[in-house]
Design a protein around this ligand. Structure first.
Ligand code: S3P
Length: 172
């Protein structure tokens, strides 16, 4: 079984994914990190040097490479991964994939992302919390269409431990 975590930037995909993988004794992968090591550049550098379209193509390629393996694992996707091409449809059709949506509130996302927005090319230019909150609200409205198609949905304002227990309960 491949367990894929999806949700907006800052929703906790990497920290929840790491802990979930430990609990389930599975390897953990982070799609952004896989892309960074394949290209030898940070996500910000890739956006800056090659642009978003190139990033999206690479993101899909790296995802397909990971899905080609027969192994079980936990994988944290990027916030945009299920929202481009027909990725969400394609993931839903795979018998060996379970998708989990970490549903974090707008307020919590704004708080978490404001302090670390410099690392994230899509929001690095937003200078106030109000601008960031407005951007996230509109962006989530578009993306929830995809996120809501996940097999399992969990509220994700809680602690990592609580979210992981909730996922484990729903998985088995
Ligand atoms: C993106 C989210 C980022 C990264 C890139 C684009 C997005 O991943 O893939 O900056 O479109 O939401 P995280 O969700 O892990 O921050």
């Amino acid at each position: 079984m491949k367990i894929l975590l999806l949700g907006y930037m800052g929703s906790g995909k990497s920290s929840v994914g790491q802990r979930l993988a430990e609990v389930l004794h599975l390897p953990f992968y982070d799609l952004d990190q896989e892309i960074e090591s394949k290209l030898g550049q940070s996500i910000s550098e890739i956006f800056e040097n090659k642009g978003e379209i190139y990033f999206r193509k690479t993101e899909l390629q790296v995802l397909n490479d990971l899905l080609a393996s027969k192994n079980s694992y936990v994988l944290a996707l990027g916030g945009g991964t299920p929202c481009y091409g027909n990725s969400m449809q394609f993931l839903k059709e795979r018998q060996d994939v379970k998708t989990i949506f970490l549903n974090t509130s707008l307020q919590e996302l704004t708080e978490r992302l404001f302090v670390e927005r410099q690392k994230r090319p899509l929001i690095a230019h937003l200078e106030t919390k109000e601008l960031l909150n407005d951007f996230i609200r509109k962006h989530i409205f578009e993306r929830n269409f995809y996120y809501n198609q996940a097999n399992i949905k969990v509220k994700a304002d809680e602690s990592v431990a609580k979210i992981v227990s909730e996922i484990v309960l729903q998985l088995f």
